[in-house]
Ligand binder design. Structure first.
Ligand code: HAM
Length: 426
């Protein structure tokens, strides 16, 4: 029987080269999180399916990888981390000290239609501030994600944060007299704007009680480019004031160049209650790189008290595509200090002994017990990225010596074996 060697459709294999890149990205995410005083948490990829069932018809619910386990429980592979975070917080709500600043890098699974930047599995950096009603939480979340962007070499010429507020969308939907009980469902539909045809969009909006005239008025709002334009039509409201301060504060912290008001940012998840944002590439040619916002009532929908929360999810797929398009992916060589190469089986025990001694000093050492011709063994050492090769040859070894080759300069010296341990790290 022959089996398919391909990974399951939409999932990825990570060969060592891919892993180096993944670790590079995760290190940036972890370092940025720690710089901002966030603590890491995790949960199991398996969750109860009920955690993701929402009334507003979120797309994510239809994309679940779900099944019944042998005990008859409805289980899902997590499509996102926020519900797990809410569950963790609720479990210990009385003993935790708020505000919490927590981060995680979960692998998430969504049965998505495969397009550029969308797969059925991805890793998603999540950073959330729980228990902070003040807008400073939004600013901190945005500063954190932009710090990570800067660590990757991305400036305002490469990426933009598009900011909006669900309360503004609510005010607009009130203004056009869309049925109040359908606002959330309308927003979930609006988020599909770029993914479906205008006819299909109009049909879905009609299903939510929007007449063609209301849809036309909504579209007029969605074409507005500035807060002032919206203000002129809608009048002053809480969301406009809040967005104005947010943009001003970003400006004051030197991040203004990245930020834009964008009335079309809705977000597809129904739990957002205030600020919503998405990071897009400056050419807006790729899918969203990162998305988040304020969700002040998710915890209470799970049966707890209202706890204000702000956060974002930042996937690994689109960002690596963007960095690759921009030529900003780092060159990550394998890091290895020594390749220890015994000439034959006779020198093998000595190789083991030397390698072990070096490793106990914390050096990185690879041993090559293939007893190939020296030229081949050196080519292999070079390919593994070793900085130095230690050749254990019969005559030299008999005299307590070894040949140490600098792989960069290609120079060799004969050194006493006893002195190897004193070799300085490069
Ligand atoms: P989301 O917008 O569904 O938000 O996902 C956040 C990010 O995850 C996206 O911007 C994208 O980078 C990545 N992503 C999502 N789906 C896929 C996919 N199929 N393939 C590749 N990458 C993907 C959330 O999940 C919220 N829970 C984020 C959040 C945290 N809001 C508050 N805290």
């Amino acid at each position: 029987m022959s089996i398919s060697l391909q990974p399951v459709k939409g999932t990825r294999d990570f060969y060592p080269d891919d892993m180096r890149l993944r670790n590079w990205l995760f290190d940036i995410w972890r370092n940025a999180s720690r710089r901002f005083g966030f603590e890491e948490y995790d949960a199991c990829v398996l969750e109860s399916e009920e955690l993701y069932i929402r009334k507003a018809g979120d797309e994510i619910t239809g994309q679940l990888y779900n099944f019944e386990d042998k005990g008859g429980r409805r289980i899902a592979l997590r499509p996102e981390m926020t519900p797990s975070l809410a569950r963790l917080v609720l479990q210990r709500q009385s003993s935790l000290t708020f505000p919490l600043k927590w981060f995680s890098i979960p692998q998430c699974f969504r049965y998505e239609r495969m397009t550029r930047g969308r797969r059925r599995e991805h890793f998603q950096w999540n950073a959330d501030i729980v228990g902070q009603p003040d807008q400073m939480a939004e600013l901190e979340a945005l500063s954190l994600l932009l710090t990570a962007m800067r660590m990757m070499g991305l400036g305002p010429e490469h990426i933009r944060v598009h900011v909006n507020d669900r309360r503004l969308l609510d005010a607009i939907l009130d203004h056009i007299q869309a049925p109040r009980e359908n606002h959330l469902a309308v927003m979930v539909v609006m988020d599909k704007r770029d993914k479906i045809t205008p006819e299909e969009l109009n049909r879905l909006l009609e299903e939510q009680g929007l007449s063609p005239e209301m849809t036309a008025r909504l579209n007029t709002f969605l074409a507005m480019r500035s807060l002032d334009e919206v203000l002129a039509e809608l009048g002053e409201c809480e969301a406009i004031a809040s967005l104005r301060t947010l943009l001003e504060r970003l400006e004051q912290s030197g991040l203004g160049g990245y930020a834009r008001f964008d009335i079309t940012v809705v977000r597809g998840l129904s739990y957002y209650t205030g600020t919503v944002f998405e990071v897009r590439d400056a050419g807006a040619s790729l899918r969203a790189i990162c998305g988040g916002g304020r969700y002040d009532s998710l915890l209470s929908t799970f049966g707890g008290q209202d706890v204000p929360a702000v956060g974002f999810g930042f996937g690994d797929v689109v960002i690596l595509e963007l960095l690759s398009d921009l030529g900003l992916l780092p060159q990550l060589d394998r890091e290895l200090e020594f390749a220890v190469i015994p000439f034959s089986q006779n020198e093998a025990p000595l190789a083991l002994q030397i390698a072990q001694g070096l490793r106990e000093q914390g050096r990185t050492v690879s041993t090559d017990f293939s007893y190939r011709k020296l030229k081949k063994a050196l080519q292999r050492a070079d390919a593994t990225g070793a900085l130095k090769a230690l050749l254990l040859l019969p005559d030299e070894a008999a005299q307590g010596l070894a040949v140490l080759r600098d792989m960069k300069t290609r120079t060799e010296e004969t050194v006493p074996l006893a002195g190897i341990m004193e070799q300085k790290a490069d």
